[in-house]
Design a protein around this ligand. Structure first.
Ligand code: BES
Ligand code: ZN
Length: 583
């Protein structure tokens, strides 16, 4: 047995998947996909263990229709079910007819009332890290990439989009069949689609933005700069490897800021502030086109390879577009988030390592800012040790060497050893990779704008702070003591109207300190906000603040109860776990 991924039944001694032909019919009324997955492997003549979660398997046959032996194992916590199929000698392909379960963890089915338009239902997938198996039976490990072709059948009034190249759309009565193909091999967690009332606006020769009609104009305005971003990224990392870079703005319950689905990045509508102040999230997802999608983590234990490199790349793009001062502010906010994540993991310090051990740990529970911001700081330390020119050449080498592969931390370290001799020793790499917390002497962001904010400490900001960027406000607010005196909260709110902040990052940074300080307007604003957004980055700190704040715990409980159905299952689980812990 060769099972290299603690989150998959994949046995590398068995045949390896290569290509998927997927046909799925979307049934909104039954909240199910009726589907056929035709999986081709590199060989036959062997049993092969696939991953599934909640799938109802109707038949497994060879391409010519002969039944193939299969066995669906018991449901295991975290992993789901093993689907063992026996491929006869000479048969390298199996055809699986199945339905998805009502609770498919990758899918969110939205009622019309949960969308912007209010008239049509909406469906989207979110497969990272280990939810693809609830939509398609396959070897659900990033180690084994697949190409695919797909036919998605949707109600004719809706669009079905996939993170792949569009082939055509054919209307058949009240249904439409949308065909796609993905010719570049992807890890299964990048399989993605969405169905809804969707319209597009072109943003440039290689990009358009998709969204519901009620937000598509705002979205086109917010992301108008995407082509310049793409060109800047190519200057840094080489030609864009995926053809198109389209964006899809999802309904508010999307639990992440963004998801780097290839050719079609998924985004939260909370980015639509009107002032383009959150486009770093687009720079981040674009960067994954190289770090993550081209070079992928071999398992969730090496997740920092995806996210640490991507935060590094995101800030290099930002440096070109917005300058080093802005990068310093972003990095400072990142460092604050890292320190908070490390503090939150005081009971599980193993999860503050870059290279983690996740046997019996759900990747959704291990998720934190550690792989992002500690990974970023480790790469900054290497960059300082090697010098920027040498480190830039190394990054290109990294992307060339591991193109369309999925790698472990060890493989990265071997490449650094070969290409940047002495660099690992110079930064004491083992402390970063396998040590807990943040090493002393980690790179620190410096800039004049940052210093002016930090010098204020807990004093009220001067009137000029009206012109602060959202990042200066976050640095300032995150440094305030919790609780802070009620008069300070009132004075801040009177002068800067923070309870009405249009930028959600500033708003949440403000509300978390103001709630803990008993500032009543903040509690009321949080109460409505919890019903408006589903992004976990905002829900979790807001719930944590209400749980810890003076007299607001019962409001946290009531809100969780009231809004649970609006949240994505992953977000709802995160909120539940905060309430259980009581922290
Ligand atoms: N790939 C992640 C989102 C993700 C991670 C989904 C793990 C499921 C499991 C995405 O690229 C991401 O990091 N999004 C961030 C954006 C931010 C760092 C700019 C987010 O959602 O906040
Ligand atoms: Zn990311």
């Amino acid at each position: 047995m060769a099972r290299p991924d603690p989150h998959s039944h994949t046995d590398l001694a068995q045949p390896h998947q290569q290509h998927l032909a997927w046909k799925a019919e979307v049934d909104f009324a039954g909240r199910t996909l009726r589907a056929t997955a035709t999986l081709r492997f590199d060989r036959g003549g062997s049993a092969v263990d696939l991953d599934g979660r909640g799938l109802v398997i109707e038949s497994v046959t060879s391409p010519d229709g002969r039944p193939l032996p299969f066995e669906l194992g018991p449901t295991e916590p975290i992993l789901g079910e093993r689907l063992r199929i026996t491929l006869p000698p000479g048969v390298d392909t199996c055809v699986i007819r199945y339905r998805t379960g009502p609770e498919a963890s990758a899918l969110q089915w939205l009622e019309p009332a949960q969308t912007g338009g209010g008239t049509a239902p909406f469906l989207y997938s979110q497969c990272q890290a280990i939810h693809a198996r609830s939509v398609v039976p396959l070897q659900d490990t990033p180690r084994l990439r697949i190409t695919y072709e797909a036919e998605l059948t949707v109600p004719a009034g809706l669009r079905g989009l996939m993170a792949a190249a569009a082939v055509d759309r054919e209307v058949r009565g009240d249904r439409a069949v949308e065909r796609y193909r993905m010719d570049e091999p992807i890890p299964p967690y990048l399989f993605a689609f969405a169905v809804g009332e969707l319209q597009a606006r072109d943003l440039g020769p290689r990009s358009r933005v998709w969204a519901e009609p009620s937000v598509v104009e705002r979205a086109a305005h917010e992301f108008a700069g995407v082509d310049r971003m793409l060109t800047s990224a190519e200057a840094l990392f080489g030609p864009y490897p995926w053809g198109r870079f389209d964006l899809l703005v999802l309904p508010p319950s999307f639990p992440y800021g963004g998801m780097e689905n290839p050719r079609l990045t998924f985004l939260t509508p909370t980015l639509l502030t009107g002032d383009r102040s959150l486009v770093n999230v687009v720079a981040h997802e674009l960067s994954h086109s190289w770090t993550g999608n081209l070079v992928s983590n071999a398992t969730a234990e090496d997740f920092w390879l995806n996210e640490g490199f991507t935060v590094f790349a995101e800030r290099r793009i930002l440096e070109v577009l917005e300058g080093p001062e802005m990068v310093a502010l972003h990095a400072a906010v990142g460092r604050q988030a890292l320190d908070e994540a490390v503090a939150n993991f005081r009971d599980r310090p193993q999860l503050t390592r870059l290279r983690t051990r996740l046997q019996d740990v759900d990747p959704d529970d291990a998720f934190s800012q550690v792989p992002y911001e500690k990974g970023y700081l480790f790469l900054r330390a290497l960059e300082e040790a090697a010098g920027r020119g040498a480190f830039d050449r190394f990054l290109r080498r990294y992307m060339d060497t591991f193109r369309f592969q999925s790698i472990t931390t060890e493989e990265l370290l071997d490449l650094v050893r070969a290409e940047l001799p002495g660099a690992l020793e110079a930064v004491d790499a083992p402390r970063w990779i396998d040590g807990e917390g943040v090493p002393a002497g980690a790179p620190v962001a410096r800039s004049g704008r940052l210093e002016r904010v930090e010098e204020l400490k807990t004093q009220l900001p001067p009137p000029e702070a009206r012109d602060w960027s959202p990042w200066e406000w976050q640095v300032y607010l995150n440094r305030l003591p919790r609780p802070s005196p009620a008069e300070v909260m009132t004075a801040l709110d009177d002068r800067f109207h923070l309870t009405e902040a249009p930028n959600p990052e500033v708003l949440v940074a403000w509300l978390t300190v103001a709630i803990r300080s008993g500032h009543a307007p903040a509690v009321r604003r949080a109460e409505t906000l919890l019903g408006e957004v589903g992004r976990m980055k905002y829900l979790k700190p807001l719930y944590a603040a209400l749980i810890a704040g003076p007299g607001t715990r019962s409001l946290a409980e009531a809100s969780a109860q009231r809004y649970r159905k609006r949240y994505h299952v992953i977000a709802a689980a995160g909120v539940e776990s905060l309430l259980r812990k009581g922290a």
